[in-house]
Design a protein around this ligand. Structure first.
Ligand SMILES: Cc1cc2nc3c(=O)[nH]c(=O)nc-3n(C[C@H](O)[C@H](O)[C@H](O)COP(=O)(O)OP(=O)(O)OC[C@H]3O[C@@H](n4cnc5c(N)ncnc54)[C@H](O)[C@@H]3O)c2cc1C
Length: 492
């Protein structure tokens, strides 16, 4: 960062940086001294360019896409390899500094906020795709590789990685939050698609959760540590490599849009399509508020009513069968305006509109911020929870759009609000808590894919109960006894 400066200027900037770090840690003189004391050692590991105390950089790394308040770390480091991550972690451990891993910052539950200050490990410089085994359908990537980067790398191979949270998130960040998205109904979530992880623990030691270089399609060997770290949201270690399952690019794809007169009819169709054994690749629900916003934002003209976006993958023959069965089912539930798209351009336009739902919702109230919360319930409870949630939105005087991965019983409520309006913020908070409790009362979970982060810690206690929280806390204590890894997240 300072490499182009003269020696005098360099000194001045470094002094200013140290002052800045004193400012940010002024509430905690012990940590300020620890940060000051460790900076030159950080620089000797990852170079001057690899350490930043700049206010803007710290702020960028202290917030994600949620409405949680920005909590900047004291310093941001940019390691280039696992050895550097390990050496930096050892220093943090010696000086008892919190460590917060950072992927691309697209999280929705405040996971990257440095609630206790400390050192943000931004992993974007570790962006190598390391081991591709096309014949075994797997690949290993570093934490700076995003899902779009991996899929463009794979383009010529006939393979792809289907887990798709919409945002171009880092694959290790996706492992850390157990992300899923539109393709999960067919291909599973990160939990089903991560085969091995390389993790640097808080004391700097490096482990491979399934054993070094192991990549079997299945294993019954001991505790499933891979799935302990998937979804651990940076609270157990820094993921520095992930080995992922890949899939063959489907021979053919067909997309469709279908409108319904009620939420019940759309969800009934979904359940019946799944019961009929149609291997549907995507089945997404948009309520009338959401489709209206998408129409306006993406220049579409779908009927303003509960809508399903669907996608089918397979051979020409199997697609015909899938499409016929689905059309029969949707028609028997009163579905109308069924529109098919086989060509890539129309399909891409449709799914781009779905992925732009967040921006479409935002565009309905310019100058406002969006807050997305997600819950997941057993499929049969979906119509009831969506209907009750829509009533609650009206009673709470909130602008809310419902959009969901309906094939998994998972949906999001995107609320658009004025962040300077304290009363509206309060109503959003109360509404989100009620929505999560409604999902719990219907045997569901307070989050199907966004994670717990800061916002859902007490809801997690309600969901799993005190004895499970005790086991989770014991695991955390065993792996990170000094509570250095992303403190203040998941567990209260
Ligand atoms: C428009 C939009 C739509 C979205 N839709 C979906 C969706 O459909 N499904 C879904 O699942 N999510 C969705 N998300 C949320 C988000 O994309 C995911 O949570 C994603 O997995 C976060 O990855 P990231 O790299 O941005 O992580 P970050 O935001 O950087 O970090 C998230 C958490 O993971 C930890 N972390 C990050 N990298 C590592 C690492 N290498 N090692 C250890 N811990 C790490 C962080 O400390 C933090 O706690 C959406 C987000 C946006 C903005």
């Amino acid at each position: 960062m300072l490499s182009g400066c003269s020696a005098g200027l360099r000194l001045l900037v470094l002094r200013r940086c140290v002052l800045l770090s004193r400012n940010v840690t002024s509430g905690n003189p012990g940590r300020a001294a620890a940060v000051d004391g460790v900076l030159s050692a950080f620089r000797s590991i990852c170079g001057d360019d690899g350490v930043s105390l700049g206010e803007t950089v710290r702020e960028q790394h202290g917030k994600d896409e949620s409405v949680h308040r920005c909590r900047p770390p004291d310093v941001v480091v940019f390691p280039r390899c696992v050895e550097e991550v390990s050496a930096l972690a050892k220093l943090c451990h010696r000086h008892q500094l919190p460590i917060i891993p950072f992927g691309t910052g697209t999280g929705l539950e405040g996971g990257v906020g440095a609630v206790k200050g400390g050192v943000c490990f931004s992993l974007r410089n570790m962006d190598q795709i390391l081991d591709l085994h096309p014949e075994d359908f797997d690949v290993t990537v570093e934490p700076g590789v995003t899902r779009k980067a991996l899929n463009s790398y794979l383009r010529e191979t006939g393979l792809w990685f289907p887990v798709d949270p919409g945002a171009d998130a880092s694959l290790c960040g996706m492992a850390a939050t157990s992300a899923s998205g539109t393709n999960a109904v067919r291909y599973g979530t990160m939990r089903e698609n991560v085969m091995n992880l390389e993790v640097v623990l808080a004391d700097g030691s490096v482990i491979h959760t399934a054993g070094r270089n192991r990549r079997p399609r299945k294993t019954a060997a001991g505790y499933n540590l891979t799935n302990l770290f998937v979804g651990s949201e940076g609270t157990l270690g820094i993921i520095t490599k992930t080995t992922l399952r890949l899939y063959g690019v489907p021979e053919e794809m067909v997309s469709a849009v279908c409108s319904f007169s009620s939420v019940q009819a759309a969800v009934d169709s979904t359940v019946q399509i799944l019961q009929a054994g149609v291997p549907i690749a995507r089945i997404e629900f948009l309520d009338e508020v959401m489709i209206d916003a998408c129409n306006k934002f993406s220049s579409l003209s779908y009927p303003v009513s509960p809508t399903l976006f669907l996608e089918f993958h397979g051979s020409e023959r199997s697609l015909e069968e899938q499409v016929n069965t689905t059309e029969d089912i949707t028609q028997s539930n009163g579905g109308s305006d069924f529109q098919w798209a086989r060509d890539a351009e129309t399909r891409n336009r449709l799914w781009k509109a779905r992925h732009d739902a967040w921006y479409a919702a935002l565009a309905m109230r310019p100058g406002c911020k969006a807050y997305a919360t997600d819950v997941c319930v057993p499929l049969s409870r979906l119509p009831q929870i969506i209907v009750e949630t829509k009533e609650d939105l009206i009673e709470s005087r909130l602008t809310g759009h419902i959009v969901g991965h309906v094939g998994d019983g998972n949906f999001h409520c995107l609320m658009v609000m004025d962040p300077s309006d304290q009363d509206e913020l309060h109503r959003v908070h109360l509404f989100s808590q009620r929505l999560a409790r409604r999902a719990l009362a219907m045997d569901g979970t307070c989050t199907g894919e966004h994670g717990v982060g800061l916002g859902k810690r007490s809801l997690l206690c309600e969901e799993v109960g005190p004895s499970v929280i005790r086991v989770m806390q014991s695991l955390k204590d065993a792996i990170d006894p000094n509570n250095l890894m992303n403190p203040g997240k998941i567990l209260l």
